[in-house]
Write a protein of this length. Structure first.
Ligand code: BGC
Length: 750
């Protein structure tokens, strides 16, 4: 099929009909010209394909499918190759179910730990989030099916998500919320992108031309299609002009007729309509050739889901090496989650999981004895009636493993959390068990950061996040030491909700959400303000230990277009095999802009046998150092930086200096209020200022003497005209000529 040729044969009505879904889940085709419709379905961590795919059946009436760990969990693996493997498996599932586009992954950032949908997102950090999204998309799309990267952009809360306007500055958008999308869009090239519900600075994403055309297509070079989130369209005609190809779901042709009319009335040009239709046709042209009689590879998927869950678990505490458990121990499993695990979140991503395993079943026959007490009722927050029996069970065992966390109704699409706590009865259960059983371990389930008031009372904490359908077996793999934990926190666990960056503005008032914390979200905020946390970003323990040596950089200066290769040696210094996450951060010591103390700019996961050493290479580019300078409308860095290898965002292990030298000069317009320190470093203004003062007897030496300047460097030039012996008129003439020279110099270098 040749999209351009098809377009040239389409009537206005046919073109308009391609502007919204054929039904709830299909991109329409063009029947007269033989163009087939394409089925899309939720994701991201499994297929939610409705049995009758034309309608929106109940959330749970979908085909039985593998449920991989949701993105929040996968991000804790810090393992892009693993995410790619999961993406690949999902792509094969799409092939088997004849799905054209899977609606995922979500690359929104965790601005607040309260966002109800955080379990669907990767991280609070754009570097980690963008790399994981990239791995997912590459893995999935190599199967000839497409992704829909969502929710573009800055959909960071569920509360009034169809109405709120994020009040957020461009630098913050570029460095955080857009950066999380930018890399996968440029690198993995998702077939489609889903625009978000919310507004950004007053404009709905569905009709935001800056977002969907100027930035996405013109600046980032995106060539796929953009569909709306379901029912996210504000104004269909404005949306077409903005570059929104498809409204989803279908509107019974209602909005299509509006589109047709707009063209007939001259409110929408045929070129504007053709442009959105053509992108959609190009995607329809990719309709896969489905394999015949393919079935879902349930067993293979399950084995991968198990591996992914185990690789993503984070060991938060392991006092006295209480974990792993031994075969000859008397073990008590406590908590309803041991038999009914939490493994995915609620809302549109909820899949009909094929084979959910629980830890109780998976651990049978593994220990000298295994007992159980439920400890709490999952539907009740305040009921302590099951605690006494659990305490008795714990007392009789050598070790108590409590399965605790957030019940399903605590976090879901559609609403945000209001606090970071576990149900109070679970907190009391843990404290009371720990009071009688010195060897108490907590296995924690939940899709987002939690406050753990009992963390000093228990010996070990193993955070599974939401581990997908094989979480039960994965938990036992980890508890018994068959797998050494190697996950690291992709989001900070703060001490209190009140400490979180957006606490004062979340979820906003009057549908306005001010992003006052600007670039300081997650660990950027806690580090900059020196706010202690429960567990920092990047944190996680292992059953073995690692050491680092010989951080080397291929070069110690960088400019636009350069790359620095950082290498470091990492050794497994413990006695069991295990994987380590090498984390590289960059710290800006130039003092030229407000920057977080350090930012993640590289990571790698390496598996090491005891005693084994591997050299890890990480590539840094200009963006690894630069910040978004709104004056330049470009990425800028200048001055001293440090490359740091860290155990987590708080602990620097090795470091090396780097000097950044920008090829860009910030544009300068000299005014009466320009200060000496702004003018002196400039290649044209600097010499002119020196000459001016030299004439008045103030030599260069005096002007810039290091032990105290003759003239205050922060004084505006208007205050210094007396020293320069100029009248107001002379000063103005001087400025005019200087600005002229600056413009000439700038234009000659462009
Ligand atoms: C969600 C999307 C989802 C869509 C279709 C929306 O409510 O925000 O993530 O893909 O529904 O179910």
């Amino acid at each position: 099929m040749n999209p351009q040729e098809i377009l040239s044969q389409m009537t206005l009505t046919e073109k308009a009909d391609l502007c919204s879904g054929a039904d709830f889940w299909h991109i329409p085709g063009v029947p007269r010209l033989g163009v087939q419709p394409m089925l899309v379905c939720d994701g991201p961590h499994g297929l939610r394909k409705h049995i009758d795919s034309a309608i929106q059946a109940g959330f749970y009436e979908a085909v039985s499918t593998a449920c991989f760990p949701p993105s929040a969990c996968m991000a804790n693996s810090f393992d892009v190759a693993l995410e790619e493997e999961v993406g690949d498996a999902l792509g094969k599932d799409c092939q088997a179910e004849q799905i054209g586009i899977l609606l995922g992954p979500g690359a929104n950032l965790k601005r607040s730990p309260l966002c109800g949908r955080n379990f669907e997102y990767f991280s609070e950090d754009p570097y980690l989030s963008s790399r994981m999204a990239d791995g997912y998309i590459r893995g999935l799309q190599q199967n000839g099916v497409g992704c829909c990267l969502k929710h573009f952009a800055a959909n960071n809360q569920e509360y009034r998500r169809l109405n709120v306007s994020d009040v957020v500055d461009e630098r913050t958008l570029r460095e955080l919320y857009l950066a999380s999308f930018e890399y996968p869009i440029k690198h993995a090239k998702p077939w489609s992108i889903m625009c978000s519900y919310n507004r950004i600075n007053g404009t709905y994403s569905s009709d935001n031309r800056w977002l969907l055309t100027d930035l996405l297509r013109k600046e980032w070079g995106y060539e796929g299609m953009v569909m709306s989130d379901w029912f996210a369209v504000n104004d269909r005609i404005a949306g077409i002009k903005a570059g929104l190809n498809l409204e989803m779901p279908g509107t019974d042709h209602d909005s299509n007729r509006q589109v047709e009319l707009a063209v007939l009335e001259g409110k929408l040009s045929m070129e504007e309509l053709d442009s959105v239709v053509l992108d959609t046709l190009k995607i329809l042209a990719r309709l896969p050739q489905w394999p015949e009689n393919a079935t879902l590879p349930w067993e293979k998927d399950h084995a991968l889901a198990r591996k992914a869950a185990a690789e993503s678990a984070v060991l938060l505490k392991n006092q006295d090496g209480v974990l792993p458990l031994w075969d000859n121990q008397k073990v008590a499993f406590i908590g309803a989650f041991a038999k009914t695990p939490r493994f995915q979140g609620g809302g549109s991503s909820h899949v009909n999981a094929h084979n959910v395993t629980n830890s109780w079943d998976a651990a049978q026959g593994r220990f000298s004895s295994l007992t159980y007490a439920s400890g709490y009722d999952l539907s009740k927050d305040e009921d302590d009636s099951l605690i006494p029996a659990a305490v008795e069970t714990a007392k009789r065992a050598d070790i108590a493993v409590i399965f605790a966390g957030l019940p399903e109704h605590y976090e879901s699409e559609g609403y945000d959390r209001t606090h970071l706590n576990l149900p109070p009865c679970q907190n009391r259960l843990i404290s009371q068990v720990a009071a009688v059983q010195p060897n108490t371990v907590v296995v924690l389930m939940g899709g987002s950061a939690m406050v753990l008031p009992w963390r000093d009372e228990v010996k070990a904490i193993l955070y599974l996040c939401l581990g997908g359908e094989a979480v039960g077996e994965a938990a036992v793999d980890l508890l018994t030491g068959a797998v050494s934990p190697s996950g690291r926190l992709a989001e900070t666990f703060p001490l209190r909700l009140e400490d979180t960056p957006s606490y004062l503005d979340f979820p906003g008032h009057d549908d306005l959400v001010p992003y006052h914390e600007n670039i300081f979200i997650g660990y950027r905020w806690y580090l900059a303000r020196k706010i202690p946390v429960q567990y920092p970003f990047g944190y996680g323990l292992s059953y073995t230990s690692f050491s680092y040596a010989n951080l080397r950089l291929s070069q110690s200066t960088i400019t636009q277009g350069d790359a620095i290769i950082a290498t470091v040696e990492v050794t497994n210094t413990g006695s069991v095999p295990g994987a380590e996450v090498v984390q590289l951060y960059v710290a800006d010591h130039s003092g030229r802009a407000s920057r977080p103390p350090r930012e993640l700019k590289g990571f790698a996961k390496v598996f090491l046998q005891p005693g084994e050493t591997k050299t890890v290479s990480l590539e840094l580019d200009w963006r690894s150092f630069a910040w978004y300078d709104v004056q330049l409308s470009d990425w800028y860095a200048q001055g001293s930086f440090e490359v740091q290898i860290c155990a987590d965002c708080e602990r620097v292990l090795l470091w090396a200096p780097v000097e950044a030298v920008s090829k860009l000069q910030r544009p300068l317009v000299v005014t009466r209020n320009s200060t000496l320190d702004q003018l002196l470093p400039h290649p044209v203004a600097g010499p002119a200022v020196r000459k001016l003062f030299a004439k008045a007897g103030i030599t260069d030496e005096k002007l810039t003497h290091p032990d105290g300047h003759t003239l205050p460097l922060d004084y505006p030039i208007r205050n210094l005209r007396y020293e320069a012996q100029l009248t107001i008129g002379e000063l103005e003439d001087w400025m005019e000529k200087l600005n002229q020279s600056i413009r000439e110099a700038e234009s000659c270098c462009e």
